[in-house]
Design a protein around this ligand. Sequence first.
Ligand SMILES: Nc1ncnc2c1ncn2[C@@H]1O[C@H](COP(=O)(O)OP(=O)(O)OP(=O)(O)O)[C@@H](O)[C@H]1O
Ligand SMILES: [Mg+2]
Length: 231
Amino acid sequence: MTVEHVEAEVTPPPKEAPALAARGLWRRFGRGNTEVEILKGVDLHAEAGEIITITGRSGSGKTTLLALLSGFDIPDEGTVTFRGEPAGEVPWSVCAVLPQALGLAEELTCAENVALPLRLGPRPAAAVEAVVSDVLGELGVAELADRYPAELSFGQQQRVALARAVAPRPAVLLADEPTAHLDPASTEVVLTLLRRVADEGTAVVAVTHDPAVRDVADCRWELDGGVLVSG
Ligand SMILES: Nc1ncnc2c1ncn2[C@@H]1O[C@H](COP(=O)(O)OP(=O)(O)OP(=O)(O)O)[C@@H](O)[C@H]1O
Ligand SMILES: [Mg+2]
């Protein structure tokens, strides 16, 4: 047998499943005459280490799509998998979310909000405190650690909600308008953080209207007419 024949018979190792894979996602709202089709067969792949942006006009279905990806909502058709496993109830270490509505727990301080997903994991309490303090510091909101969300501006709440999402070093981060309430300096801080977490292996999917976020993306999509087109 020649060298060429031997090489031809070697089976390449299986390609690792993508961090996130969505196939054929459909979402309809209403019934009968009032039914509207918001998503019409969306396919999306996100690999570890890449930043993907999704733009689209208001009402095009961006938040609806993130809700399906995160498991907050269930598609009428289609599947979502994380590293090849069905989405189901994956922990925040697999898929973490920065919701458009931020969703901080009002009865918890900022530090307690950020610590919440970490406490569900195996980390000892001292390690949790260190992670919380580091990530709040990186986002420039360390001095707000003991305040409650109602005592913060929207921009401050946004950074605390982002800190909560990235603290567990999730495999996938779904961020809905991560810079919506921020000034240019804070936007830069957030973009630096998104790049860092991506470089450390997180797949970042960010819905955005902000050109500054698009600029740091590795891959850009636009949601148009219920499907993703090159953005
Ligand atoms: N639970 C629901 N019931 C009925 N219609 C809904 C529901 N959720 C969303 N919609 C509709 O789906 C469409 C897409 O909404 P979505 O929030 O996904 O838009 P979006 O692209 O995120 O917009 P924005 O940029 O303003 O945040 C809108 O027309 C909205 O009214
Ligand atoms: Mg939205």
